[in-house]
Design a protein around this ligand. Structure first.
Ligand SMILES: Nc1nc2c(ncn2[C@@H]2O[C@H](COP(=O)(O)OP(=O)(O)O)[C@@H](O)[C@H]2O)c(=O)[nH]1
Ligand SMILES: [Mg+2]
Length: 296
């Protein structure tokens, strides 16, 4: 007997920092999108692919919807909004909290008009008690007409399998867009650059990481199976450059060795990573540099 496979594109939207990337990584069971406790970690649109006997889900992870203050910010918000017309279904992620802000109402309004089924995911349920959840669900229900409401914890995995089932139940029969082994549209170079940027988000304070871009200058696989990677960490100020390098190069060394472990995990190979720090003033508002660093 042949059962028809289902497939479709699912846009993941929501405010910054609600756990969109963490949840997407959890659903596909692999770390593709970097995550951090700082808002605006995700900058571009990332496609990941989940395939099993039921069919295929292509997730579109997006930067959070927020008020932008630079050309980079404009690009990020556009990437989030642009994902919706390409989707068959929207997964809107909020945090398990009784607070509903103006941004949430704006997102609700936009999604009510998009004509697609919207699954509301209440993430970070590990942070609230069970009896606190019901009133939260009741309040959120009033925002708009949801296809379904699913509480999850991307951190410990609770509810995530159920969410995948809910998504499949809302998709129609369709082709497999990617072969079964594919997990993302991102190249190893792109993921490597992001994994380096992730460590700058983790290890550097305040506004410094928001002004950082990572550019892979070269990535080559040697005959002995080792990757040689040279990358530039671009920052906006000389003072930032000093902090990124640190005393005697200590900070750059920490960033490099933590990123190397992550890249080795992703490539399943040994990696030699060489990092350089460069200053490009105001690159976040410079179209040419934005494009050069992959934000097009
Ligand atoms: N407690 C808890 N923290 C979470 C959960 N999901 C994500 N986070 C944390 O929330 C922060 C933002 O996550 P991220 O995926 O980068 O958010 P995004 O900006 O929406 O993509 C990170 O520090 C995550 O570890 C969750 O289910 N529970
Ligand atoms: Mg993200």
């Amino acid at each position: 007997m042949i059962t028809e496979k289902k497939s479709g594109f699912v846009a993941i939207v929501g405010r910054p920092n609600v756990g969109k990337s963490t949840l997407m990584n959890r659903m596909i069971g692999q770390k593709i999108a970097i995550t951090s406790d700082k808002p605006q970690t995700t900058r571009g649109r990332i496609q990941t692919v989940f395939t099993d006997e039921r069919g295929q889900i292509v997730f579109l992870d997006t930067p959070g919807i927020h008020k932008s203050r630079s050309k980079l910010g404009d690009y990020m918000v556009e990437a989030a909004r642009g994902a919706i017309p390409d989707a068959d279904l929207v997964v809107w992620i909020v945090e398990a909290s009784a607070y509903i802000g103006a941004t949430d109402r704006e997102i609700a309004e936009r999604l009510s008009d998009c004509g697609l089924p919207v699954v509301l995911v209440i993430n970070k349920c590990d942070t609230v008690k069970k009896d606190e959840l019901l009133p939260i669900i009741d309040r959120l229900r009033e925002l708009m007409d949801f296809a379904e409401i699913v509480p999850v914890s991307a951190l410990d995995g609770n509810g995530v399998e159920e969410l995948v089932s809910v998504i499949f139940s809302r998709l129609s029969a369709g082709p497999l867009y990617y072969d079964e082994e594919t997990v993302t549209d991102q190249s190893m170079r792109q993921i490597s650059a992001e994994l380096i940027r992730e460590q700058t988000l983790r290890l550097l304070k305040d506004e410094i990481p928001h002004g950082i871009a990572v550019n892979i200058v070269s990535m080559t696989l040697r005959d002995d199976g080792i990757y040689n990677i040279e990358a530039d960490i671009i920052c906006e100020r000389d003072s930032h450059k000093g902090i990124i390098i640190g005393k005697g190069g200590a900070m750059l060394k920490r960033i490099g060795s933590a990123a190397r472990v992550q890249i080795e995990d992703m490539t399943q190979a040994k990696v030699f990573l060489k990092l350089f720090v460069k200053v490009r003033k105001d690159w976040r508002d410079n179209e040419t540099l934005l494009r050069e660093f992959g934000y097009k």
